[in-house]
Ligand binder design. Structure first.
Ligand code: SF4
Length: 318
């Protein structure tokens, strides 16, 4: 694959999921070479803030922010912009290059959208961070307004493959998600789109998902691993095993050679002692610090891991 630069086929990717344990190090080595060839060395660091948490009318089965489930999370309306600024400055100090404002809900109301733009303006004035957003579904007008205010990247995950999506959400469709993802590209922002593995999908569906992402062609692909939340319909599912997770990252790298693959939510609880292997297997971006409703490990631990791996933190704009 590396020499001929031939893209991996669906069947080849599927057969890699059955690779015997003793051959997985070879797969990881290949994935590392592909990362270096297509994306160079180093890791991009992003920090995220849940600027509005909970009370979401959607019923995504993995999500503790859905009002359909009794998950006991602490909800809050859109937070004060000064608080967002404080978090952004802290993230910048730790080495993040990208800061993402995230809100719960299907999409922003005009009032919330105005507040987001205010926050974006403030952050762009007071920091050197690249500002991203994840606000759910957008109208065309909103997508262009974000771009105009300097938002460089927008996250809108497909969550899972088309064939499994109806099992995960009934209040909106896979096509709804695709619509916003495509709108982001039309407005000229970088698209960040990935999903969550370990939600009960089959191994074949994971590969389907990776190929659907390839077709969508986002710049960034966050791979989350389900961290089962008590009270949600998926709360009883087991974690993906660390070994399986590393293997899957490597296969995603081969399918998506030129994307920035981000090890996102569920990384710590899933990969456990194999954190560093996830980076060697092809992840070249990480979320630093906490997630939306769960805690990450300390940024210092992650920075030390990068240091130990001799992987530079990247500040260039991909
Ligand atoms: S994933 Fe987003 S849209 Fe779905 S329930 Fe959670 S906050 Fe709402």
């Amino acid at each position: 694959m590396l020499e001929k630069e031939e893209p991996i086929t669906f069947e080849e990717a599927l057969s890699l999921t059955e690779l015997p344990r003793e051959q997985v190090p070879d797969l990881i080595a290949l994935a590392r070479k592909v990362t270096l060839k297509y994306r160079g060395d180093g890791v991009f660091l992003r920090s995220i803030i849940s600027a509005r948490t909970g009370n979401c009318p959607e019923d995504c089965a993995f999500c503790s922010q859905s009002a359909h489930y009794d998950t006991g999370i602490k909800t809050h309306p859109f937070m004060a912009t000064e608080k967002i600024l404080m978090a952004a400055k802290q993230a910048e100090k730790l080495g993040a290059m990208d800061f993402c404002i995230v809100i719960s809900g299907r999409g922003p109301t005009p009032k919330v959208f105005r507040k987001v733009l205010e926050a974006v303006d403030l952050l762009r004035k007071e920091t050197n961070l690249k500002i991203g957003c994840s606000l759910g579904e957008l109208t065309e007008e909103q997508a262009f307004a974000l771009k105009e205010h300097g938002v460089w990247r927008y996250n809108h995950n497909l969550e899972t493959c088309r064939s499994y999506f109806p099992r995960i959400c009934t209040t909106h469709t896979y096509e709804d998600r695709l619509r916003t993802a495509k709108l982001v590209k039309k407005a000229g922002m970088q698209l960040c789109s990935g999903g969550i593995l370990g939600m009960g999908e089959s191994v074949r569906q994971r590969i389907e998902f990776a190929f659907e992402l390839k077709e969508l062609d986002p710049s960034w692909v966050p791979i989350n691993f389900l961290n089962p939340r008590p009270g949600t319909p998926l709360g009883h599912l087991p974690l993906v095993s660390p070994f399986e997770a590393v293997k899957t990252i490597a296969i995603f790298r081969l399918i998506l050679p030129d994307k920035i693959i981000m090890a996102a939510g569920g990384r710590e609880v899933t990969l456990r002692d194999l954190q560093a292997m996830g980076l060697l297997a092809g992840a070249n971006a990480m979320i630093l610090g906490n997630y939306l409703t769960t805690l990450g490990r300390s940024p210092e631990e992650d920075l030390r891991m990068l240091d130990d791996l001799q992987m530079p933190v990247r500040k260039d704009v991909p």
